[in-house]
Design a protein around this ligand. Sequence first.
Ligand code: PSU
Ligand code: MN
Length: 307
Amino acid sequence: MTPLALSPEVAAAKAEGRPIVALESTIITHGMPWPQNLEMAQKVEQVIRDGGAVPATIAVLDGTLHVGLTEEQLTALAQAKNVAKLSRADMAMCLATGGTGATTVAATMIGARLAGISVFATGGIGGVHRGAELTFDISADLQELAQSPVTVVAAGAKAILDIPKTLEVLETLGVPVIAYGQDDIPAFWSRSYGIPAPLRADTAAQIAQAQHLRTAMGIPGGQLVANPIPPEAEIPLAEMTPIIDTALSEAEAQGIKAKQVTPFLLQRIFELTEGRSLTSNIALVLNNARLAAEIAVEFTQGDAGQL
Ligand code: PSU
Ligand code: MN
């Protein structure tokens, strides 16, 4: 049996059929610096509560898969050093060896599925890295979206990635990419990448219903909801592009590989924008949490609630 531990708050919400939103922990340990990471994690949980849902931050702590963390657990994780970054490939090994690890989008989706949670909020998903035709670096997040029935609310794929190739792979895998409230695909720190998204939804109810129907039709997998960053927090694409290019060439020059690539790029972009990228990143995560809470409420009402 999976060593799965629900927090008292999550266990109570499940027992009463109340809406729950899953949250990842890699964004806390590898995506943002201390102490902004903890502030972000706490604010995100609050936004979900204000939206009428219960937050469930997921992480592996000492060999147990936790769904919902206490204040103490969250604080300790935000300050911990050398925490593993877990994806589908290494989650079970971390549990087997009694280890501690933060969950990426892929691993968080697995935790959410095991706990029966249908919606998850994050910043940006992993995807096809630029130059993937040589490195083969494609995030396991994409495969997971094709397998686990969880709707992931993100601000698109991180703009450090190759966004058109990421959309192509998602299409091949049969993953719906749904822009929320606009036609264009968002680009994480920027509201638009300048190309249309494959799908568009304008209400949380449509999104919950689509996930419900997908599962009812026997189509495995989840959905990616691409929610544009609020206008006041965005950094226009033209401003981000040279900064992203600088960070990418530094990563290449320093031989940064595999799991280190995303955290390295996010940290360098934070430095190059003098903290602005982090302010934007926090704003978009909170915005995604608001929408995810609305979707979670829809899942517990009407047809979508019968999942
Ligand atoms: N979103 C953010 N910051 C992050 C991540 C997402 O705003 O740090 C993390 C997620 O956990 C995602 C991971 O799954 O980056 C992707 O890593 P990789 O490219 O190595 O698959
Ligand atoms: Mn990778």
